[in-house]
Design a protein around this ligand. Structure first.
Ligand code: CA
Length: 321
């Protein structure tokens, strides 16, 4: 009896320590994907896709976009559904990957979804922009129509090649949007963030599939993306001395995500550390259509190249402990 009690206590302790150590996935109350972190003031906001497909499903069901926030990388506040394709009168279908950026006192949330058949598009994937004065909304359609429709790029014949926007504002005020499935497309944005400055360019980074994430660090520009890998996807990257390229292939950042066909990068510096967000299918009943966002540390070499990111179940340490 006494022995049994001790055994139970030890089990409890192992369980308690284990649950503290096993941070990943960081979002456990819903199935989430396509992490897009944004630091505003002292808070890290995480914009996410939302998987609601059933366990038996063989395709995505992604009704809306969610926002979470943290100040310590341990406790995540769920702000719920902050945007859905219903906000865009021209949109229909799933809520694919997105990224929110802050400029001129407003939050611009660039999203990929699908276009109704009308005079502006025959349908297919499209990119829209929502705007708000607050990071968690309420958001409204910033343009009243899509920023990018399928017909604006023709290098790929499939109807979902215009997805996964990432937006970057350079120190000189020039803003860029990168996106694409099958090839990487980019264009300059006007300062108002809701119009293209000029033409769309297309290029093919090595092994590029989708999910670009673009940023600048120490005068070097980074283009991180989901890559062909060994199918399932991996994360690879290029660097350049200008956001307009040419881009130099640098290698693999991390391999396949457990139990998920896709993986998707979201990278940000917060309180003196660099965080690499991604998704996998590791929650109970999870999978390729029921994904979960994770975070691990990312480290740079002195020459600016990125060390291989280890995907862990422990995740990152709480800030302040
Ligand atoms: Ca297209």
């Amino acid at each position: 009896m006494y022995k049994g009690k001790n055994y139970f206590l030890v089990l409890l302790m192992v369980f308690a320590v284990g649950s503290v150590l096993a941070q990943n996935p960081i979002i456990k109350d819903k199935f989430t994907a396509d992490p897009a972190p944004l630091v505003y003031n002292d808070t890290l906001f995480l914009y996410t896709s939302h998987d609601t497909a059933s366990v038996e499903a063989t395709n995505y069901q992604m009704p809306d976009w969610l926002v979470y926030s943290t100040t310590d990388m341990l406790n995540w506040t769920n702000h719920g559904v902050c945007l859905s394709p219903k906000t865009f009168s021209w949109a229909t279908g799933d809520a694919y990957a997105s990224q929110c950026v802050f400029r001129n006192g407003k939050f611009y949330w660039f999203v990929s979804t699908f276009h109704k058949k009308n005079e502006n598009s025959k349908g297919g994937a499209a990119i829209g922009v929502a705007v708000s004065d607050r990071p968690t909304g309420p958001y409204t359609d910033a343009i009243g129509k899509a920023l990018i429709v399928n017909e604006m790029t023709t290098d790929k014949k499939h109807g979902w090649d215009d997805i996964d926007p990432t937006v970057f504002v350079d120190d000189d005020g020039k803003a860029y949007v990168f996106w694409g499935n099958g090839s990487c497309k980019w264009a300059r944005l006007k300062e108002n963030m809701i119009e293209l400055e000029d033409s769309i360019h297309t290029f093919n980074p090595k092994n590029f599939i989708e999910g670009p994430w673009v940023y600048k660090r120490n005068n070097l520009y980074y283009l991180i993306y989901a890559s062909e890998g060994t199918k399932p996807e991996m994360i690879e990257y290029c660097t350049a001395e200008s956001p307009e390229g040419p881009w130099t292939y640098q290698g693999i950042i991390t391999g396949n995500a457990p139990n998920s066909f896709t993986i998707h990068p979201g990278i940000i510096d917060y309180k003196d550390k660099t965080y690499f967000f991604y998704h996998n299918g590791s929650l109970p009943t999870g999978g390729s259509y029921r994904r979960s966002i994770c975070v691990d540390y990312m480290y740079y070499n002195p020459d600016g190249t990125i060390k291989k990111v280890e995907q862990t179940t422990a995740g990152v340490k709480p800030i302040g402990n």
